[in-house]
Design a protein around this ligand. Structure first.
Ligand SMILES: [Zn+2]
Ligand SMILES: [Zn+2]
Length: 431
């Protein structure tokens, strides 16, 4: 991630919860109520987070977590739908006053990583991925996302009578797998009630708890992949003129892809093509019958996505054609880029700043080339995903997707407080 340094030296919850500046009375009153609820429920949210962390589940296997979420929603009096697109859960909170519908999404799945944090609630869970026995760990902070989702549902359900509209709380399976959001949508997640705006967090491993970061516009990349097989009749390594050498052709393609990115893509539109796998041959004196390449293609926006796909197809066709090689190209469009609606973001930033206690805790950052399937929601309705700082006070940074990833739990009440304020302000401004 390309992140700026966090200026907050240490987390002082009391300062964050009691921002010194004045706000108009109704907002101030609402902020006070949110704060009181958050303060009261934080210990139980921490317990829930540790329970989820201790019992992580792989993508599309989140049955325990989904049951916990559904029970929690039922306890709050929400209408609950379960089993949506696998293990997905929807909690519907209907406010006491008329108004629009908004949604908040949290993802529930964990990663096939063996935890090495040494935390007292570290995961000991094991699972099977691709036929191999693997450890399971919440190393991407989805335990935090789920807990914050529950916390916001709790706060807003307690304020239901003053709530102008409906809030949909979406607990999504299989983000890491890249398919959970789409599965829920295909299964009719919003067929009864459709949100006009969606919000979400992802923990940020570059900022301390107490800081929230954002991108306007594209936030994550389109994640597309291709498999390419370059074919040949094969021949003796001592007589390469008797067949096409698929290794040489494959190597030319690898180089040409990098030249294409450097020379054909507008510098204002970032793109990455990485050939992460190249397999061919069995012996030094045999020209093999095929070379197999696997690559990932990252960029932002649908126009760039289409443009780069066409360029890859043209380049492969022509290099193979020039060499007389056969080929098969399987180019797959994966999850699209998360797009943060600039107007919606502009609308909510003052609330985020107010809830955090000042502009200095809200940072604009550059987009990154990773993927997030919240993009399926962001294509459906104006959406904003915020980065929720989670770096513990005693370390400079922590790393998601690593076996030693540790999140500062102080980001949970902060995330709940900010999201509750964002949703309340959004609904009251549009009723
Ligand atoms: Zn992840
Ligand atoms: Zn994640």
């Amino acid at each position: 991630m390309k992140m700026k340094k966090n200026p907050l030296p240490g987390l002082i919850l009391s300062i964050l919860f009691f921002p010194p500046h004045a706000s108009p009375a109704p907002v101030q009153q609402m902020d006070g109520m949110v704060e009181a609820i958050v303060t009261r429920i934080t210990p139980s949210l921490i317990d829930i987070r540790r329970d989820i962390h201790c019992h992580p589940e792989l993508s599309m296997e989140e049955t325990r977590t989904a049951a916990l979420v559904a029970d929690y929603f039922r306890g709050l009096g929400l209408e609950v739908r379960t089993g949506i697109g696998g293990t997905g859960v929807l909690g519907i909170l209907r406010g006491g006053k008329p108004g629009p519908v908004v949604g908040m999404r949290g993802d529930m799945d964990a990663l096939p990583i063996t935890e090495e944090t040494g935390l007292p609630f570290a995961s000991k869970e094991k699972g099977v991925r691709d036929g191999r026995k693997v450890g399971i760990m919440h190393s991407c902070g989805h335990d935090i996302h789920t807990t914050v989702l529950l916390g916001a549902a709790n706060v807003l359900s307690e304020l239901r009578k003053d709530l102008s509209g409906t809030v949909l709380f979406v607990a999504q399976p299989a983000e890491e797998h890249g398919g959970g959001a789409n599965e829920m949508l295909k299964a009719g997640l919003f067929k009864e009630v459709k949100p006009e705006a969606m919000f979400a967090y992802h923990v940020d491993d570059g900022f301390k708890a107490g800081t929230i970061a954002y991108c306007s516009g594209s936030m994550t990349a389109n994640v597309d992949n291709f498999d390419l097989t370059v074919g040949s009749a094969g021949c003796h390594g001592s007589a390469p003129w008797l067949c096409v050498d698929p290794i040489v052709v494959g190597a030319q393609i690898v180089t040409a892809l990098q030249v294409m990115v450097a020379r054909e893509i507008d510098v204002n539109h970032n793109a990455v093509i990485t050939v992460g796998s190249f397999h061919a041959g069995t012996a030094p004196n045999i020209i093999p019958e095929k070379a197999e390449l696997k690559a990932t293609v990252r960029n932002y926006g649908e126009d760039q996505r289409t443009l780069i796909k066409e360029k890859v197809e043209r380049l492969v066709k022509n290099i193979c054609g020039a060499a007389g090689a056969s080929y098969t190209l399987d180019y797959r469009l994966g999850i699209p880029s998360v797009y943060n609606d600039p107007r919606l973001l502009e609308d909510i930033l003052p609330t985020v700043e107010r809830a955090l206690g000042g502009k200095e805790y809200v940072k604009e950052v550059l987009p990154e080339m990773g993927g997030e399937d919240f993009s399926h929601f962001s294509r459906l309705a104006p959406s904003v995903m915020l980065w929720l700082g989670c770096v513990p006070p005693d370390v400079e940074r922590t790393k998601v997707h690593s076996p030693t990833f540790i999140a500062d739990e102080n980001c949970i009440p902060i995330g709940v407080k900010v999201m509750s304020a964002v949703i309340l302000d959004y609904l009251s401004s549009r009723r």
